[in-house]
Ligand binder design. Sequence first.
Ligand code: ASP
Length: 409
Amino acid sequence: MAKVKASLPLQMAIGMIAGIIVGILAQNTPIVSDVAKFLGDIFIRLIRMVVVPLVFATLVAGAAGISDTAKLGRVAVKTMLYYLLTTMASVAVGLLLANIMHPGAGLNLSTEGLQAKQVTPPALSDTLMNLIPINPVEAMAKGNMLQIIIFAIIFGFGISALGENGRHLHRFFDACGEAMVKVTGFVMMYAPIGVFGLMAYTVTKHGLAVLLPLGKVIVIMYLGCAILFCCMFLPLVKFIVRIPVKRFVKGMLEPFMIGFTTCSSAAALPSNMRCAEELGASRTVASFGIPLGNTINMNGTALYMGINTIFVAEVFGIPMPFDTQLTVILMSILAAVGTMGVPGAGLIMMSIIFVQVGMPLEGVALIAGIDRILDMARTPMNVIGDSLGALVVSRLEGDFVDKPEKEQV
Ligand code: ASP
């Protein structure tokens, strides 16, 4: 195939549009949907292959390069604070929007035969205990990001404590990180085809008929994402990060599209780290904050939880007084933190909120039919929220690397 001169995000956009068209034309054609799924799955597997070595190597090298441990503590506190505040704001936007627009008013949907599994939140002590890997190799094999982060930081500090003797090891991990960034670049060459496959599969699977009855929720969800992006993300870019909005939007296109098409922020992680650094985030902050955010910071998912709680309450005629909505905010933060960066994880975590505020679990099953479409909206917000966090914290730490207009890789 001749090499196309278009930039990668443009190639991905073309793949996406072609996928939508093929998906529409090939409704009810299983062979097309199977081939599309095959092409898309190759992409997701390739990206997931990169995640663990990339995060581990860059984080070890980052921690080994920090002689001032208090600095990492400061970065951690600022990052967590940013995640907490933006997640809280995201649920609040979702609740506000749904209270104004009433997504479920007048809907009389049959919930007969619908069933959803209940998920109970783990105890706090278990959650904290599970941060410590018993076996770091097992944590890597299972892709347990929080455990990998903890071990990588401690290991990096170990290297740093070796002083001169640790120099080679430090350089080794630095080079491994660089190599994994290159590998990400190779994997991304396949992205246009992968994106094509994922879109074609999604459209063949979720025809328009599924979407129509719940169209209002979908519209509110996409509107909520636009509000988050324009009223929360962009002001942070302009006033705290202080880079041109246009540059940010252009720089984030690639991870945005990976999030949109794969519905997995874990899949967007390698590209997200690279793009955040290209925009000026420091390597230390980005290699710590973005993988951490990938598991605990979910702006789009928090918004989705706010909107859907009101939606289901309206469908089932359950009153939602102000204090219950405050509980929803709190539970959504916890549920979003516990959501993994994989497709559909947010839907499962919704049941935690529903149980807490006494709503029927059939509500979760009600949303399941359109969840992929909602996931396509919330995942890019989860992804961008993470890299923006790294940019904000880099700026607040005085580590931001101001660059002239950067060319795309
Ligand atoms: N799909 C989302 C993500 O990967 C998680 C969710 O389902 O809300 O970020």
